[in-house]
Design a protein around this ligand. Structure first.
Ligand code: JFZ
Length: 591
């Protein structure tokens, strides 16, 4: 009798937690609407700030313990100096809000193992081990809740250089380790603290999974789901376990729209954690364009600041963010709650975001002659500038070419750009954005064929390539049997140069590129082989660390308007791990 009773209770509990299951749609709603967040990398590493015993450390500020091979016993001493008296949570949140950001993700524990919150699982934390003695995570979380901004926690689940059983400290702990024990004794208790003592958490930002197994990663996911079913789990949990969205490589922006949830973590200079010698600041103009570009490709922008040991966000960072904020104050409607462009490739002039009934054209390069948008099928009601409070209508003309089944919108833009960074033109449409599905030749006669838009196959079956990492180039394409094929519409017949664009990849400090692959280009009865050589290099404004490499791949001719195919078929790849970092093909008028 008693057993049956307990069983019933268990059943009711199980049902109760099951019914609490919230849908993916619900969980992701705020994040999808937000589009723009602040990343904060802050910890003990802000004290050495990129220099150890008079010598600059290589690479990222927060990696100094590993890069300068600092023993735990020595690095730990930094805690005794950590006293960020100038830290003001109100200021941090104000800086984020002023930039137009909707969420903050702060390092609660980075790879060095030091917790920026009061922890019972490890004394190595800001309250127990520093003269400062106050819970920084709590101060920031409270302030975020007060000001209506989502608070999120970065947590390094695998790497922990402070623990004998954590991963990756081979200078203090070269011997075997019991990673499971570290997960049980530090990670799970600390995640539990983070998810139970700081109110509602927007997401846990896991990172660098290394060798974490499927079961281990799943147990962390289960823990987060059980404690806070609404909490989002970032893309870097590991073990092949599905998370709530994909993270691209740091500072890596895909070449075209990705029609799933994704986020790019990015820096304002070259480091995440503060380095006193890093003055490689990106311009506010670059950041604003990247923000628009990322939104137009369907992604979120998580942009980093690295506060100093005193608790101050560097002035340069604050200036850049406030410039972006000025643009956001006028143009936020074109960012928040928008969806990706209905067209996959980038445009030379900028890109597009959408909402039901609206297209937002973000123009980075104001056209000198007429402005044309190809392939929009919706009826258009009105066109105006987002910066114009009176929404004065701008003249436009829609035409439809029956023979080619092609829509063309011409907009008579004013002579001068209303904003020298990104001018937003609102196109009011009937219904949801509806674009011609086939890739279509642009008015300037170019045809853009991005890798992410190709049919990918191997023999008779569909194959997959990863285009979401690094600078939008294929990651790990080492199988020459994988082919890409595009279908596209030619409006203006003629002869076109085949511009094959690959990308540099690898580390941000030391980009790498591999060429000498032989590929075949096939279009109808035209077919020729070409070797991937670096004919020219181009700075990529949308992915600053990795240049685009152009290869002149011969010419193809289209005799009349119509639908054509082009196939990219590798013949032989050169030796090496990098593989064919293919990004896209552009067909450019030859004459
Ligand atoms: C990781 C950390 O090691 C780094 O310190 C920082 O916190 C950053 C946000 O994340 O570094 C990575 C992780 C993944 C990639 C690159 C750097 N990646 O997938 O390209």
């Amino acid at each position: 009798m008693k057993k049956t009773f307990l069983f019933l209770i268990a059943l009711i509990c199980a049902y109760h937690s099951y019914s609490q299951n919230i849908s993916q749609e619900e969980r992701m709603k705020w994040w999808r609407d937000a589009r723009f967040g602040l990343f904060i990398h802050w910890g003990l590493y802000a004290i050495p700030a990129g220099e150890w015993k008079g010598k600059p450390s290589t690479g990222l500020g927060e990696w100094i313990m590993k890069r300068s091979t600092i023993p735990v016993a020595e690095y730990e001493q930094l805690a005794k100096q950590f006293n960020p008296v100038k830290f003001d949570a109100k200021k941090f949140v104000a800086i984020a809000k002023d930039a137009g950001m909707k969420y903050i993700a702060i390092t609660s524990k980075h790879h060095d193992g030091f917790a920026m919150f009061k922890s019972h699982a490890s004394k190595y934390n800001v309250v127990d081990a520093t003269p400062y003695g106050k819970d920084i995570i709590k101060a920031l979380a409270d302030e975020c809740h007060k000001q209506g901004i989502k608070i999120c926690f970065y947590y390094s689940q695998s790497r922990d250089w402070h623990e004998p059983n954590g991963l990756d400290n081979d200078w203090d702990f070269p011997a075997q380790r019991n990673f499971q024990q570290y997960l049980d004794e530090k990670v799970k208790p600390q995640l539990t603290e983070l998810l139970t003592q700081y109110g509602e958490i927007g997401m846990i930002w896991f990172d660098t999974p290394m060798t974490i197994t499927k079961e281990q990663a799943q147990s962390l996911k289960d823990l987060v789901r059980r404690l806070q079913p609404r909490c989002i789990i970032s893309g870097r949990l590991g073990g092949g376990v599905e998370t709530d969205y994909k993270s691209t490589g740091d500072n890596s922006i895909p070449a075209a729209v990705i029609r799933e949830d994704w986020e790019v973590p990015a820096t304002l200079n070259n480091t995440w954690g503060f380095r006193k010698d890093d003055h490689h600041w990106k311009s506010p103009e670059d950041i604003t364009r990247l923000l628009f570009d990322i939104a137009s490709k369907g992604g979120n922008y998580l942009l980093n600041v690295g506060p100093t040991a005193e608790g101050v966000i560097p002035e340069e960072s604050v200036n850049i963010l406030s410039q972006v904020g000025k643009w956001m104050k006028i143009n936020h409607e074109a960012i928040y709650g928008t969806k990706a462009s209905p067209f996959n490739p980038e445009f030379a002039w900028g890109n597009i975001t959408t909402k039901p009934g609206k297209l937002y054209l973000g123009i980075y390069q104001w056209p000198q002659t007429g402005f044309y948008l190809e392939g929009i099928k919706n009826k258009i009601n009105k066109v105006y500038l987002l910066s114009d409070p009176s929404k004065r209508p701008i003249a436009f003309k829609e035409t439809y070419d029956r023979v080619n089944d092609h829509h063309l919108l011409k907009i008579n833009l004013p002579a001068n750009a209303p904003d020298k960074v990104v001018s937003v033109v609102v196109v009011e449409i009937q219904g949801n954005a509806d674009a011609e599905k086939t890739i279509t030749q642009q008015q300037d006669r170019t045809v853009k064929l991005p890798g992410v838009d190709a049919k990918i196959y191997k023999g008779d079956s569909a194959a997959k390539l990863n285009f979401i990492s690094r600078a939008g180039g294929a990651e790990g394409w080492v199988d020459p049997a994988v082919n890409l094929d595009w279908q596209f519409k030619v409006i203006q017949p003629g002869t076109y140069k085949v511009d094959i664009i690959t990308t540099e990849t690898g580390s941000t400090e030391n980009p790498s590129w591999q060429g000498d692959h032989v590929v075949k280009i096939i279009s109808g009865n035209q077919s020729f082989e070409t070797k991937i050589v670096p004919d020219s290099k181009e700075y990529n404004q949308r992915s600053q660390y990795w240049k685009k490499i152009h290869t002149n791949g011969g010419t193809v001719t289209f005799d009349k308007p119509g639908i054509y195919h082009l196939t990219l078929a590798p013949v032989k790849f050169s030796e090496g791990k990098t593989g064919f970092t293919f990004r896209e093909i552009h067909l450019l008028p030859a004459y």
